[in-house]
Design a protein around this ligand. Structure first.
Ligand SMILES: NC(=O)c1ccc[n+]([C@@H]2O[C@H](COP(=O)([O-])OP(=O)(O)OC[C@H]3O[C@@H](n4cnc5c(N)ncnc54)[C@H](O)[C@@H]3O)[C@@H](O)[C@H]2O)c1
Length: 461
């Protein structure tokens, strides 16, 4: 099966239809409406604002509106007007007969520009869906939580160490203010996947000794430069190929699989990582400075190791699986196939799960059902810390690959390398695009063969 993130989005949008699922998720028991803990107080109708109106933002808005009978989308913001307009049309179409009641975004509440996120937050909303590019997530999350809003934030939560520290501070503040913070690690909400991890963590394959997760897929599309685009707009339109905005594909896309690696390891954080990576097949200026493959090995305090490999190269086999090895047997997990299976090392089946691709496509709906049910119940969910840790695992692997060095958890967490420019404007100078070369400082010329920096160049054996 060819797995691309874009197909996740369209499948999720077209198949996830669940009538009043928040009630269904609560077993049909109508809970009393309680104070949301946000700006709304006791409020039957919750008003939603969407920041980042692309594929995922459009899908998330529809799923949010279907999660509860008393929700209305009232404000939207994007850096690009064309994206906002297309998203509003898409949401309206998807909501069908319920559109008039649930999609009420007048022209004066459609905000465009880098400051649109703050305008959405200030537009009288109770819940904010933060679905733009990853580099901007920490700043938008901080603003939303400070303003007392419940948040759904897509993964990844940040692209660098300073961003993760900001997210952790916002997570803490959300807990103090009794605000929800749900991160888009949707596989954690897929029933088939949850059942499989219950088996893994419940001891069916014994103690987990090693984990290897994969995200091998095709490359992402490119947007050729159009007349009138500034350098910044060009990079923003090709965001997933530019490390400062996306974090590179190990952070932006494969973080799903790194999150499942963390899940299998009991959500322990690793002590260090080494990571090989490079760029073998990407061409053209649209490809920015992103690599197209990474292979990370994490090490844990108890000496266990776990691997993650990811590739975005066309015409190569796809695989998006989790291979978990225990002292008694192994578990193979592939949510899209779907395959949930534990066997002993002689091949005998220890446990086999069920699930379907259709169920997997509904996980986006399930996560929103859970979010709004938790807000209604006055017990807002908050998975910010665990999610930030998974994102930092991806970030530290990228840093290890780019530098060629081992990176410890402390180094990653305390890193001062901030990728996002302080001044954001379509006319501001765009960050310099330079593909990292492991072992070489950014901007340094290649050392000559035989020089002290490359003493073994040219020798074999
Ligand atoms: N959980 C999942 O399975 C899943 C699936 C797809 C995408 N995602 C995540 O969702 C996010 C968006 O991905 P996408 O595929 O929708 O991308 P996209 O390019 O289709 O949409 C992103 C939108 O955000 C807007 N935007 C960017 N920066 C902004 C800012 N500072 N203020 C306001 N708007 C801004 C862009 O203009 C664009 O319209 C990414 O982080 C991606 O990793 C998650």
């Amino acid at each position: 099966m060819e797995i691309t993130r874009r197909s996740f989005v369209s499948t999720a949008l077209t198949t996830a239809v669940v009538a009043q699922p928040a009630l269904a998720a609560l077993g049909g028991v109508l809970l009393p409406r309680m104070a949301s803990g946000a700006s709304s107080g006791v409020n039957a109708k919750l008003r939603i604002g969407l920041i980042g109106c692309g594929g995922r933002g459009t899908g998330a808005a529809v799923q949010a509106l279907r999660a509860d009978p008393d929700l209305v989308l009232v404000a939207m913001g994007d850096v690009f007007k064309d994206r906002l307009d297309a998203s509003l049309a898409g949401i309206t179409e998807e909501m069908g007969e319920r559109a008039a009641a649930t999609v009420q975004v007048p022209p004066e509440k459609r905000f465009v520009g880098f400051d649109s996120y703050q305008k959405v937050i200030d537009a009288g909303v109770d819940v904010v869906l933060i679905c733009g590019y990853p580099g901007f997530r920490p700043m938008q999350l901080e603003a939303a939580i400070k303003a007392g809003k419940h948040v759904f934030a897509e993964k990844p939560l940040a692209v660098d160490g300073p961003g993760i520290r900001s997210v952790l501070a916002s997570t803490k503040l959300a807990k103090e203010k009794n605000l929800a913070l749900l991160v888009g690690f949707c596989w954690r909400h897929n029933p088939g996947m949850k059942a499989a991890f219950e088996q893994v963590l419940g001891g069916t394959i014994g103690e987990v000794a090693n984990v290897h997760t994969t995200y091998l897929t095709s490359t992402l599309s490119k947007r050729p430069r159009q007349p009138g685009w500034s350098d910044m707009e060009f990079q923003m339109r090709n965001w997933w190929h530019h490390v400062w905005i996306s974090g590179d594909h190990i952070v932006e896309q494969a973080v799903h699989s790194i999150d499942r690696l963390a899940w299998a390891m009991g959500d322990l954080t690793p002590t260090k990582v080494i990571c090989l990576g490079g760029r073998a097949a990407r061409t053209g200026v649209e490809s920015g400075d992103s690599y197209d493959h990474f292979a990370a090995t994490y090490e844990y305090a108890d000496g266990r190791r776990a691997q993650h490999t990811t590739r975005q190269i066309d015409h190569c086999p796809s695989d998006n699986s989790d291979y978990i090895y225990g002292t008694r047997g192994r578990c193979t997990i592939n949510g899209w196939a779907p395959l949930y299976e534990c066997r002993d090392y002689k091949g005998a089946v220890l446990w086999k799960g069920t699930g379907s691709a259709e169920e997997a496509s509904k996980m986006y709906q399930f996560e929103h059902d859970a979010l709004f049910a938790s807000i209604r119940a006055g017990k807002p969910m908050n998975d910010g810390e665990r999610s930030a840790n998974s994102c930092l695992m991806a970030i530290m692997a990228r840093t290890a690959a780019f530098t060629g060095q081992t990176v410890t958890w402390e180094q990653a967490m305390n890193s001062t390398e901030a990728l996002v420019p302080a001044t954001l404007s379509m006319n501001a100078p765009a960050p310099v695009v330079q593909v990292a070369v492991p072992g070489r400082k950014p901007g340094a010329a290649a050392p000559a063969a035989g020089s002290p920096e490359m003493p073994f160049a040219g020798r074999r054996g």
